[in-house]
Design a protein around this ligand. Structure first.
Ligand SMILES: C[S@@+](CC[C@H](N)C(=O)[O-])C[C@H]1O[C@@H](n2cnc3c(N)ncnc32)[C@H](O)[C@@H]1O
Length: 472
């Protein structure tokens, strides 16, 4: 301001002095407006819309909150579901306040990105925001006090989803300095460079992001970039295009009663050869002689017990325990049902069984002889030659998908659950050449992962797979 130009020199000093208290009042008002004490979760709905929200929200587990306050937060913030930590509500509160194109930058625990309780928040983000940057900082000493959470920096903007920079900081990143790190990330974001790989910062640009509540994979930026590329190029394993389905074996709710090796226990037609996880360890189904005492008839309806006197006698013997099961209490007339129905059509199909907890993906072939028990996942297809598919899934590329989607457990084990298997990408069978198919069958039969991987890399048109992430 240049008032002085229009004032006589003699009035200059008094004018200045007059202004001081007014400016002081103004600055105090501003300071009070800017720096406030309050409960952000209660106050946020009434705070004016923001261009930026920057924060380090608290992590407080459900067990450590009092029920009344938690109830209020849950009522106010719809993403607070299940066992959600309080920081989930901070994300929702902050994102709701953003003006169009406004940005929320948090350093916060990253568990919500892939666990069950983060489902609603991922959905919320997918519906109205653009994830711009996700930088995992597990190995960085970012806080003055020890923090027992796995933190990440996320930048989320209120706009349509665009490309995302995914990064991971190494233990010595601090030496580089925030400004230099931000510049490296910005270079990638602007597309001036594809990726950055050093011991201090790994970062890559991913062109598309998740459009649903699906968990965000928990892998290094370089692996994530490859994963997104494959996801864009190939259809889901379970899809109409590939003619393939993924299912799970039958859960009974009382295995000791429903599973037997006695082939004369009830009518032969009520005994279904059952493949158990232990039957798959040799790389093919080596049936151990277990049967399911099968209460299901055609069209997956329960059979009339009057028609099967032996079955009826056996079930009546165990009626009390059968009725105590949750599934029987939900459906009292169906007290002798197993938790899952049996889909009889599956028995005679050529199919793959994939046991759940393993170090490596281990698809084994069943030539239409058995039905899977519930520790086995099952893959069958109208389109694929099932042994060719077995070879492809057995390869390091098949393993790569599950490592990206699944959570690694203690000892390096993975869960090969249907929810992860379904997200594996495969080409349509017609795109596999006869030579590739023959090689995959050979690899599958000989359990030759190296050969399977060589053919798979060719099919997926990739040079090599990035190294597996090291343990945290
Ligand atoms: C992870 S700490 C942030 C620490 C901060 N970055 C620092 O270096 O001091 C989270 C902070 O949120 C505050 N907090 C907890 N619940 C809050 C609420 N409902 N509203 C506002 N702040 C809250 C806590 O008191 C704590 O200071």
């Amino acid at each position: 301001m240049w008032f002085s130009r229009f004032l006589p020199m003699s009035l200059m000093k008094p004018a200045r002095l007059q202004l001081v208290p007014q400016l002081q009042a103004l600055s105090l008002n501003l300071a009070c407006e800017w720096i406030r004490v309050g409960n952000y979760l209660f106050d946020a709905p009434n705070i004016s819309p923001a261009d930026f929200v920057i924060g380090n929200p608290p992590y407080i587990r459900l067990e450590d909150m009092d029920d009344a306050t938690m109830g209020t937060y849950r009522a106010m913030y719809r993403t607070m579901r299940g066992r959600a930590d309080i920081y989930v509500a901070f994300f929702e509160a902050a994102l709701r306040r953003l003006k169009p194109n406004g940005v929320c930058a948090f350093i916060c625990a990253d568990r919500w990105m892939f666990n069950q309780y983060g489902t609603e928040l991922r959905q919320f983000v997918a519906q109205g925001f653009s994830v711009e940057t996700v930088v995992e900082v597990h190995n960085v000493d970012a806080f003055s006090q020890y923090v027992s959470a796995y933190p990440a920096i996320t930048v989320i903007r209120r706009k349509k989803q665009g490309p995302v920079v995914v990064g991971s900081l190494g233990a010595s990143a601090e030496a580089v300095g925030g400004g230099a790190l931000a510049t490296s990330l910005r270079t990638i974001q602007l597309g001036k460079s594809e990726m950055h790989v050093s011991s201090k910062l790994q970062a890559a640009r991913v062109e598309t992001w998740f459009t649903s509540a699906d968990p965000w994979p928990h892998v290094s930026p370089v692996r994530l970039a490859l994963l997104r590329q494959l996801e864009d190029q190939f259809p889901l394993l379970e899809s109409i295009e590939t003619g393939t389905k993924v299912g799970i074996g039958v859960a009974t709710g009382l295995d000791e009663m429903f599973i037997t090796t006695n082939s004369e226990l009830v009518e032969p037609s009520r005994l279904l050869p059952l493949a158990m996880a232990a039957d798959t360890v040799k790389g093919h189904v080596h049936w151990s002689g277990h049967y399911l005492v099968n209460p299901w008839g055609p069209e997956s309806r329960l059979v009339e017990l009057e028609q099967f006197p032996h079955l009826k006698g056996y079930l009546r013997l165990h009626e009390d325990r059968l009725r105590k099961r949750h599934t029987a209490q939900q459906n009292p007339q169906q007290w002798y049902r197993t938790i899952d129905r049996v889909n009889h059509e599956l028995v005679s199909k050529r199919k793959l069984y994939i046991p759940d907890i393993k170090l490596r993906i281990n698809p084994v072939f069943d030539d239409g002889q058995t039905y899977p028990h519930h520790n086995l996942y099952v893959v069958y297809s109208d389109q694929w030659d099932i042994e060719v598919l077995g070879g492809l899934l057995m390869s390091a590329v098949g393993q790569f998908f599950v490592e990206c989607y699944g959570v690694r457990m203690r000892g390096g084990y993975y869960r090969f659950q249907a929810q992860y298997l379904r997200r594996i990408r495969v080409p349509v069978f017609q795109d596999v050449t006869p030579t590739q198919a023959a090689l995959l069958i050979a690899a599958f039969r000989q359990r030759d992962v190296k050969l399977a991987t060589r053919v798979a890399l060719d099919i997926y048109r990739i040079q090599e797979l990035p190294e597996e992430d090291s343990d945290e």
